[in-house]
Every structure is written in structure tokens, then in C-alpha cells.
Design a protein around this ligand. Structure first.
Ligand SMILES: Nc1nc2c(ncn2[C@@H]2O[C@H](COP(=O)(O)OP(=O)(O)OP(=O)(O)O)[C@@H](O)[C@H]2O)c(=O)[nH]1
Length: 303
């Protein structure tokens, strides 16, 4: 998992990643950027857009099996409005994976047409897989390659070094060497990464984290919260994070002497259950509102 030490490495590591990325971009036709569908924004490297520049790419909203399907659809629409193809994927069941290669070819066809560079062979397709730790890069490569060639572990930071994997049908994958870090310096981003389990709990105040998480869930997914912990809407109405945590702990019988709720145990249990998908399908970020005017502004900024 990401730890405090990695956070301190961030600036130097980023410069190295930027150099590696630039060198490797030349070797591929398209970049496949994997994000976590539960936090599509916070699970992206803050510099990725700048690093990729005009390189053709597609975005995967992975772990869509545990994300809110309505919001996943809205994120796809948001990216479409920006001219980017986004595909919801689930590396556990394989859902969406067979759309990746045709999607990549479609993106490249469009680029070719725009550049009027006809006659270029698209037989061999070379794709670079990038993403912050723990989003599912190894799982994706394993699924696409149909073997256990890439190492998969439930621990961010396992993917190391450059590796090409041939997956047949004239398609080769380049696993991004090094790691793309998320945006640690933003407190809210850090919290969201911690909710999904991408930052070590030891460096965070788990009770504080659980309280913040509960507030978000009570606001956006009250029915799921009530269903999981056998609560009524009246019970959670107007409660702050601490009260909610106590309530959840009490419902689960996590009491210490004197009938006081063990909020630390409750916090660990709550976040474990969320990470395991037991609370239901939850997405913690909505796509930004996207208007034609905003798009024009974005294009101006990019020029
Ligand atoms: N629910 C769910 N879990 C997934 C999915 N894809 C991957 N996972 C799980 O997420 C965890 C991380 O997956 P990895 O494939 O190791 O992620 P990675 O991006 O290669 O991680 P690093 O090696 O740290 O860069 C593992 O426990 C996977 O089983 C998915 O689509 N849905």
C-alpha cells in the first residue's frame, strides 16, 4: 500500500515517471488509462493529461462491479463529451473487457481519419497500460492475456519494471514502468483513496476517516446505509459522523465496558465492509457539470 514514505518521494518520483512516460509513449499506438470507478477523479494521476498530450487514449472505469451504475454511466457520458472513449470494466467477471480492443481500434481509426494519414497499417496494436497503484492493472493484463503472466496482489505497488505482454490477435500491451502516483497533497483526494483502501490505514486516523465516510454515505446513499446496518431513515437523519459511527457500532454490538461503543472497531469494520463491496455499489465522485462553454474554455487553456 501507499505509505508515508512514498508520499515524500512524490516530487522526485514524478519527474522520473514523466521522463519514462515520454520515452515509452513513442513505442505505443494508444494509452489505456485505468481508473477506479468508485472515485474516477481521485484515482487519476494529476499530471496524466499533460503527460499524454495528444496521444490517443481510452479510459477504463474499472471495478465497476462495486460502483454505482448510474454514476458510472454519467462519467462515461462526461468523458464522451470531452471526446474520450471511456469503458466500464470489471476484471473479476470480465465485464467490458471485450470492448477494449475494438474501442482502441475505433479511437485510432478516428485519429487516422482526422490526420488523413491513410494507408498506415493498424494490424499490430500496441497499448500502454497506465494507472495509479491498486486500480487493477495486473488483473486487467492477466485477464486480457488469459494467463498469470503479470503478478497480481491485493497490495498497491507490485507492478514494477517495463514489460510487454502479447495477448494474441496482433495486440501487445506495455505495462507502464514505474508507478503513477495519485494527488496526495489534496486532503479530500487522500481521504477518498483511503476509503477504497489505497492508502495504508496506519498513517490515518481511522475513526476520523470512518466518520467522514459515513457522512458522505448518509447523504448520498442513505438507503444502502440503512439496509446494511438495520437503521431507519429517522435514526440517521441530521446525525453527524461521530453519531453515525456510534450508531453503526451499537447496531453491531461493538460495546466496551460501561456500554460505550468501541468506535475504533466500528470504523475498521465499516471501511472493511465498504472495501469488500458489502455496503452496495457506491461511487464517491460525480462528474463535473459539462457545458459547451466549459469545453471551449478547456480547449483554449490547452492551446
Ligand atoms: N471488485 C473488483 N476488484 C478488482 C477489479 N480489478 C482488480 N480488482 C482487485 O483490486 C486489487 C488490486 O488489483 P491489481 O491488479 O493488483 O492492481 P494493480 O493496479 O496492478 O496494482 P499495483 O501493482 O499496485 O500497481 C486486487 O485485489 C484485485 O483483485 C475489479 O474489476 N473489481
Amino acid at each position: 500500500m501507499i505509505d508515508a514514505q512514498s508520499i515524500q518521494w512524490f516530487p522526485g518520483h514524478m519527474a522520473k515517471t514523466r521522463r519514462l512516460m515520454a520515452a515509452n509513449l513513442k513505442m505505443v499506438d494508444i494509452v489505456v488509462e485505468i481508473t477506479d470507478a468508485r472515485i474516477p477523479q481521485s484515482s487519476r494521476n494529476p499530471e496524466i493529461d499533460r503527460m499524454l498530450g495528444q496521444k490517443p487514449r481510452l479510459i477504463l472505469l474499472n471495478k465497476c462491479d462495486v460502483a454505482d451504475p448510474n454514476l458510472t454511466a454519467r462519467w462515461c457520458e462526461y468523458y464522451r463529451s470531452k471526446g474520450i472513449l471511456a469503458i466500464p470494466t470489471d476484471c473479476k467477471s470480465g465485464r467490458g473487457l471485450n470492448e477494449i480492443i475494438p474501442g482502441a481500434r475505433q479511437v485510432l481509426d478516428e485519429v487516422m481519419k482526422r490526420r488523413e494519414a491513410k494507408g498506415l497499417s493498424q494490424k499490430l496494436l500496441r497499448m500502454m497500460i497506465v494507472g495509479i497503484p491498486n486500480v487493477g492493472k495486473s488483473s486487467l493484463i492477466n485477464k486480457l492475456a488469459g494467463s498469470k503472466r503479470a503478478k497480481v496482489e491485493d497490495r498497491p505497488g507490485v507492478t514494477r519494471g517495463k514489460q510487454w505482454v502479447s495477448i494474441g490477435g496482433g495486440v501487445e500491451l506495455l505495462d507502464m514502468p514505474g508507478v503513477l502516483w495519485p494527488k496526495f497533497d489534496d486532503k479530500e483526494v487522500g481521504e477518498k483513496l483511503a476509503y477504497i483502501g489505497s492508502i495504508k490505514d496506519e498513517i490515518l486516523d481511522i475513526e476520523h476517516l470512518a466518520m467522514r465516510f459515513l457522512q458522505t454515505v448518509a447523504e448520498n446513499y442513505p438507503k444502502l446505509l440503512c439496509a446494511r446496518y438495520n437503521l431507519t431513515p429517522e435514526e440517521i437523519e441530521g446525525k453527524d459522523g461521530f453519531d453515525l459511527l456510534e450508531l453503526v457500532g451499537r447496531k453491531r454490538g461493538m460495546l466496551q465496558s460501561g456500554g460505550v461503543v468501541n468506535t475504533e472497531r466500528a470504523a475498521i469494520m465499516l471501511l472493511d465492509e465498504f472495501r469488500g463491496g458489502k455496503l452496495g455499489r457506491i461511487t464517491l465522485e460525480k462528474p463535473p457539470k459539462f457545458t459547451p462553454a466549459a469545453r471551449e474554455q478547456e480547449q483554449d487553456d490547452a492551446e
